[in-house]
Design a binder for this molecule. Structure first.
Ligand SMILES: Cc1ncc(COP(=O)(O)O)c(C=O)c1O
Length: 396
């Protein structure tokens, strides 16, 4: 494949060669089982232990609070289900979350609702940010859990996690955050932010796919996720994915060491892309707060077009982008995230998410600014919806 611009880093990221180098021995010569007692197995055990220490160091938690999983979805399911299971036995069957969580959270909550839990979804308003006043109002004596994402995967807005953590700790309510989009991109401080459980996935910060972690505050006693061997202190049995775990830790280390170096120029590029697109395309709008957002995230709605058609035409030009989250593409319903910030269906359909990485150059930004506006104009030329918008007709 020739040169292309990969602007879909919220879906997944490129595995860094340095990360692969660290993983390689555990995919080849060092194939021992970390549970084996002979020294060949113990080499793998040491790699897993050291990786756990690295995760603890960069997220400010204890090593024995780190539980490796297969990724973000598993960590979200585990956190929510185990909290629900344990606390419902104490008569607590109310869970608070937000309207724009990832489906790994929302669908788990839906399943719990069918089992008799009551779910309150907080609004996120036009800017895509939860208001702590709403949380305070929603808390009840039977609230078992608050689960609020750290940063949104579609519009990139960053939530007031420290404040939410402080409120929950004061009220004695468990707090889980889906930090899949935040870890490795913005500072995350598990202990300092009063978080009880935190989900992450390595492939969102240049690590391998199929490995993640759930950080569980020490002292929380909950049911195990997978029964079997003694791995992950017996709470999530199964032979460890040694190479994946080593890759996760190395990617997390590199992301944190280079965070400032990566973030500052990315914000400049992000803002140039946003202002350039808004300026050159009439009837376009930025979705989500302009400042309180991930350094990588651009999400713009263009009236009168279909996001899917835009993605296809961008693909012809070698630009990889998304019109919602990777998990919702393939469905024709507008994204629940865009609806949660109050966009009407017609505008939500014409949305484009460009998520940057350190690999995106200034030339790439120039190319996107050159290529995208004419494609939108082309789509509008053949759009009956655009014709109605221009004539000022009512179409909703
Ligand atoms: C916010 C958020 N949570 C959870 C997930 C699921 O992570 P994984 O695909 O590693 O299971 C994603 C992935 O897109 C995400 O963006």
């Amino acid at each position: 494949m020739g040169r292309f611009i990969y602007a879909d880093n919220a879906a997944t990221t490129r595995l860094l060669p340095e990360v692969l180098d660290k993983m390689m021995p555990y995919l080849t010569e060092q194939y021992g089982n970390p549970s084996s007692l002979y020294s060949f197995g113990q080499t793998a055990r040491q790699a897993v232990d050291e990786s756990r220490d690295t995760v603890a160091k960069y997220l400010n938690c204890r090593s024995d609070e780190v539980f490796f999983t297969s990724g973000g979805s598993e960590a979200d399911n585990w956190a929510i289900r185990m909290a629900a299971d344990a606390l419902s036995k104490k008569g607590k069957k109310h869970i608070i979350s937000t309207a724009f969580e990832h489906h790994a959270v929302l669908h788990t909550l839906k399943a719990l609702e069918k089992q008799g839990f009551e779910i309150t979804l907080l609004p996120v308003y036009e800017k895509g940010i939860v208001q702590t006043e709403d949380l305070k109002q929603a808390l009840r004596p039977d609230t078992a859990l608050v689960t609020v994402m750290f940063a949104n995967n579609e519009i990139g807005t960053i939530q007031p996690i420290s404040e939410i953590g402080a409120i929950c700790r004061e009220m004695g309510v468990l707090f889980h955050t889906d930090a899949v989009q935040a870890v490795g991109h913005i500072p995350v401080d598990f202990a300092g932010m009063n978080i009880d459980m935190l989900s992450l996935a390595a492939h969102k910060f240049h690590g391998p796919k199929g490995v993640g972690a759930l950080i569980i505050r020490k002292g929380l006693r909950f049911p195990n996720l997978i029964e079997g061997g003694a791995q992950e202190k017996g709470r999530r049995a199964g032979t460890e994915n040694t190479a994946g775990i080593v890759g996760l830790a190395e990617a997390l280390k590199l992301a944190n060491v280079d965070m400032d170096k990566n973030t500052t120029p990315m914000i400049v590029k992000r803002d140039r892309l946003i202002s350039g697109l808004l300026k050159s395309v009439e009837r376009s709008r930025l979705n989500g707060d302009p400042i309180n957002r991930l350094p990588s995230n651009v999400n713009i709605s263009f009236e009168g077009i279909e996001g899917e058609s835009l993605l296809l035409l961008l693909d012809f030009k070698g630009i990889c982008a998304s019109s919602g989250s990777a998990c919702t593409s393939g469905s024709l319903d507008p994204s629940h995230v865009l609806l949660s910030i109050g966009l009407p269906h017609s505008i939500a359909h014409g949305s484009l998410r460009l998520s940057l990485s350190e690999d995106i150059t200034d030339d790439d930004i120039d190319t996107m600014l050159e290529v995208i506006p004419p494609i939108i104009n082309r789509l509008r030329d053949i759009s009956p919806l655009w014709e109605k918008i221009v004539k000022g007709e009512d179409f909703e």
